[in-house]
Design a binder for this molecule. Structure first.
Ligand code: BEZ
Length: 241
């Protein structure tokens, strides 16, 4: 329709997004940063797995994968298992979920342990109906209709969601990145600091953009390096300090 008779273009005054109507049917709870992760129970081994009981005050790396006996998923499970000590040293636990059947998972895990010479000591939950996977936004029907995508959550000890990531079916994750995020979250927990891009443990942190330089000066003294009003480095304590 030509609206030029109104003398101006019909420019929206606020942002708008045309979500395809079919997407609306998928809009239920979408996990968001800061949400407390909902508890869930699922049959596991001879008993019932309860997220809150199992997490028990630890940090949690909760991740989904598409399918057992597939190459990328195999390497991802092995990668997490190979970092068991690093997870434990951070007070963190790994938890996996997929729509695979439990009986088949056991054979696959034995395969991975044999192939990589590893012990897999974290739970792989079986959710064949996708009840939990759907609620947690692990199903992306436009990517794949029946399998989970590679979704990862980091939960803090109060079960609050602190990181969410989604990887496509054909790209495996690098678990060291998730360890880095746990390190960065732990390093900035209660000190008004933030971690810069590419931060690694031992690197300088930055003063939170909404914190005053005077306060940072009082707290961090000579460790504070002010480059400008928004780039204020806090160097790590030296061994002597
Ligand atoms: C894999 O893990 O290799 C994989 C699984 C599903 C689709 C594509 C790749």
């Amino acid at each position: 329709m030509d609206l030029s008779i109104f003398g101006q273009h019909m420019r929206p005054t606020t942002a708008q997004i045309d979500v395809p109507r079919t997407y609306d049917s998928h809009m239920r709870w979408v996990p968001k940063l800061g949400d407390v992760f909902p508890n869930f129970q699922v049959a596991h081994g001879d008993g019932v797995f309860d997220l809150y009981d199992w997490a028990d005050g630890n940090w949690v790396y909760f991740f989904s994968h598409p399918a057992l006996f597939t190459p990328v998923c195999t390497t991802e499970i092995a990668d997490v298992a190979a970092h068991a000590d690093e997870l434990a040293s951070r007070g963190a636990k790994a938890l996996n979920i997929s729509r695979d059947h439990a009986a088949d998972q056991t054979r696959w895990l034995q395969d991975i342990e044999r192939l990589f010479g590893l012990n897999i000591d974290f739970p792989l939950l079986s959710d064949p109906d996708g009840t939990i996977a759907s609620a947690c936004g692990m199903m992306h029907p436009s990517e794949e209709s029946t399998l989970c995508v590679r979704k990862s959550f980091i939960l803090d000890p109060s079960l609050r969601i602190r990181m969410i990531s989604e990887y496509p079916m054909n790209v495996g994750r690098d678990f060291e990145e998730f360890l880095r995020v746990i390190d960065a979250l732990q390093a900035t927990e209660s000190n008004s600091l933030v971690a810069p891009g590419g931060w690694m443990p031992g690197d300088a942190l930055l003063v939170h953009p909404y914190s005053l330089t005077e306060e940072a000066q009082a707290r961090f003294g000579e460790r504070l390096q002010v480059i400008n009003g928004y780039l204020r480095l806090v160097h790590p304590k030296t061994k002597a300090a």
